[in-house]
Write a protein that binds this ligand. Sequence first.
Ligand code: KIV
Length: 271
Amino acid sequence: MSVHKDIKRVTTHVLQEMKTRGEKITMLTAYDYSMAGILDDAGVDVLLVGDSASNVMAGHETTLPITLDQMIYHGASVVRAVKRALVIVDLPFGSYQGNSRAALDSAVRIMKEAGAHAVKLEGGAEVQESIKRILSAGVPVMGHLGLTPQSIYKFGTYTVRAKEEAEAEKLLEDAELLQELGCFAIVLEKIPAKLAAKVAEKIWIPVIGIGAGGGVDGQVLVTHDMLGITKDFRPRFLRRYLDLYESIKGAVNQYIEDVRSRDFPNDKEQY
Ligand code: KIV
């Protein structure tokens, strides 16, 4: 059980206090009501309605196709289930880059229609105008640096980012800029552990890592990966806590057998 279950409602302020006290922050993705309710009841601090829904929920190869309307649908489903966790919804590709007015409109829709508590977006200096405009409306923003999947066609691969000095330096500068602009936290994805620890030490806002080692202020995983629902995705950073793919398949096999053999339903399972 989480030692933080006594916190009534997790806010951005609570996350900041946790970093100050040196307490690790837990974050997982959620896209639907049923799963969000379980994760919240278990005591996870932050639920991210990630644009990874594009992969996990809709079967797309990348996060690019998911729309703002679809993110709002997933976000609203998660918000309805949650009593304690902070709910952050990703701004999808094309909804905030290059046009700060459009970015603000997208963020406002997420806050109003999904009932989210904050938004997350990818990038550093290149999206600063959008970040400023969203923050000016009082919407909390989480940054995301390192491997930023919405730029996959620029990177060309999903391998570790910022191994070279120039990219590592740019990442450090971007992290400081995001803090300066007023972001309440940053996600660092798939970068060397040493660099991630350096960022977490250098800035005072919480740094949440995925594939970024243990020297950061908290961890995030895609729930379907850590529960073993996704079958073949096994990157080095992932710890699988269950093999739900096999468990679910086994249960369904049993159900098929029971129906075919007329074992289900039995006398007690009918009216
Ligand atoms: O969309 C997502 O799930 C994310 C996490 C991997 C941080 O952005």
